[in-house]
Design a protein around this ligand. Sequence first.
Ligand SMILES: [Mn+2]
Length: 300
Amino acid sequence: MVSKKHTVHLVGSASGIAAADAGCWEGPLVLEKSAHLQKALSNHHISYSWDAMLEPNRAEGAQSPLKVVTEHCQKLAAVTSKLVHEKAFFTVFGGDHSCAIGTWSGVHHQLSKQGDFGLIWIDAHMDSHTPETSETGNIHGMPLACLLGYGHPELITILGSAPKIKPEHVCVIGARSYEPGEEALLKRLNIRTYFMDEVKQRGLDAIMTEAIDLVNKGTIGYGITIDIDGIDPNEAPGTGVSEPDGLSAKELCNALKHVSGDNRLIGSEIVEFDPHRDKNAKTEKIAAQLLVSILTGEQV
Ligand SMILES: [Mn+2]
């Protein structure tokens, strides 16, 4: 009944340049060598390859963060575009969440002639700032707005014109920390946002089922992007901007069975794992569990 994905193409986005605390840049490098990840994948008979490990140009003072992030996302978009062309199921490991601009611009580049795609955005935050509403200017607070066509011109037009995705094809799950400017944008665009209160009330299983219906309406497929900070920091301390009262990792892995069995799932993303803040590899193990659940619907 469940169509399992036995092969996954892994891509690392080893960049934290768009975040205030850049520690997450090493997340993908740690996962590439992670015995926990290797064991989880082999226990579930999943074959995998690391197709790319992209590192941004960190030459100090040479370029603005905007330029570095733009170039980095262009490279990432080229990788995901190629993988989608090859019908290869992918998971991008970030790095800060600005990688989503690259990941999903690449998907858009490959699929836009065929139709629109949807996106499930799991996150404690809304990531929907524009340069006008952001107090910090940190680009990792802007990727969803960018994909919707709002933001720095060079970021919203990576591998093609803006927008990459339509508001009616997006939903946000787990939001609990945000600022008025980004909340106003999502409200104005009428984007379905499942705040933590609603998730607690209805359960993640029901929410995920509804979210999948939403991203499947009027689209030819959809993606999922999971920010580690969506999960409760007691369970997943290894992330840069943690917020209390988050999703249960177990409940999230369980709910992912609904996407794993769905052939319309194009690719996935797991971001903001910061190994420097991790405790006893708790978050590293959760990243591995999330991947297994996305691929097989099974729990580690
Ligand atoms: Mn995020």
